[in-house]
Design a protein around this ligand. Structure first.
Ligand SMILES: [Cu+2]
Length: 318
């Protein structure tokens, strides 16, 4: 069976399952302690410093850990998950993995992660954008402060990377924290989305955050200041800012939408990816294995067609 990923504002069942599922994964303790994670990082040459090493972590925390070490794994261009061509396929793999874990705890093999169509909210006046139903107890809970209401009031953050440092604290589990619309005025809008879709190349030299064209860099959000995916992180802020950002489940709603925009681009331009195997920086090429703490073996080429895992209810009209 194939999961159908829906707009979170449309699919009430998918919404409730998502909120329930992430809490279940967050409460599913693994027997793994922070000291084990610290050893894994050290053995792989990843420069993160862990505090609170006796804290036990959950399945959900392992996703937070996976994202942090990928971001701390520097390559010649960007890191193992950001700042280069692999950004889109890496996060596609990452979401497929979380979707499979959610399917397992929910007992529903057809469950699909919902997406947040943030450019729709970006069309509203800035002061309205953080007062929508999405930030209520039916959905994600508080837009500002500690998240105490709604299903996500039960989430606990156990691994937090202090912004711009290699320090990961883990001694005091606490609720998810947000600062919506305080560090960025507005979400991306339809014009931003349309211009990212109008880019004709997937990516091109120098393959970094400094390329001035290309769909990947436009969608990641480095073209013309902080835009698109990056801007959504900054707009939500709080736990969405540092590399432990998957602590806030809105991370997955954002990335599901990013993935849907990429899928729209491929529907228009074909399942093309660059760099090819014989060009560009190591770790970003089409056949390079992507960093996976669960021991998977996927390269960008393996995820260009997601149909064996999921489809979207609708792609964008362009
Ligand atoms: Cu990321």
């Amino acid at each position: 069976m194939t999961a159908i990923r829906q707009n979170i504002l449309v699919g009430d069942t998918a919404r409730d399952q998502f909120l329930q599922g992430v809490v279940l994964l967050d409460q599913e303790m693994t027997g793994i302690r922070v000291v084990d994670l610290a050893n894994f990082a050290q053995n792989n040459g990843i420069p993160l410093q862990f505090e609170g090493i006796n804290q036990e972590v959950s399945t959900y925390d392992l996703f937070v850990f996976w994202h942090m070490i990928a971001a701390a794994f520097s390559l010649q261009v960007g890191n193992a998950a950001h700042g280069g061509p692999v950004f889109l396929p890496w996060h596609r793999m990452y979401l497929i993995r979380l979707e499979q874990e959610l399917q397992r705890v929910l007992g529903d093999p057809d469950f699909g992660i919902p997406y947040w169509d943030w450019a729709s909210d970006g069309e509203m006046a800035p002061e309205q954008q953080w007062r929508t139903e999405l930030w209520s107890d039916l959905y994600l809970g508080e837009a500002r402060g500690l998240v105490r209401s709604g299903p996500l009031g039960n989430m606990r953050v156990r691994l937090y990377q202090v912004p711009q440092t290699v320090r990961v604290t883990s001694d005091q589990p606490r609720p998810v924290w947000r600062q919506a619309a305080l560090n960025a005025q507005s979400l991306p809008d339809r014009i931003d989305e349309t211009s990212a879709l109008a880019e004709q190349d997937y990516d091109l030299p120098p393959w970094s955050r400094f390329v001035t064209r290309g769909h990947r860099n436009a969608l990641e959000g480095f073209l013309g200041g902080t835009t698109m995916h990056n801007l959504v992180h900054v707009w939500v802020s709080g736990d969405m800012l540092p590399m432990s950002s998957p602590n806030d489940p809105v991370f997955f709603l954002n990335h599901c939408n990013v993935d849907r925009i990429w899928e729209t681009w491929m529907a228009d331009n074909g399942q093309v990816y660059r760099p090819a195997a014989n060009e560009g920086p190591s770790g970003h090429r089409i056949s390079d294995r992507m960093l996976d703490v669960f021991g998977g073996d996927l390269a960008p080429a393996d995820v260009l067609d997601p149909q064996e895992w999921y489809t979207y209810d609708t792609l964008l009209n362009v």
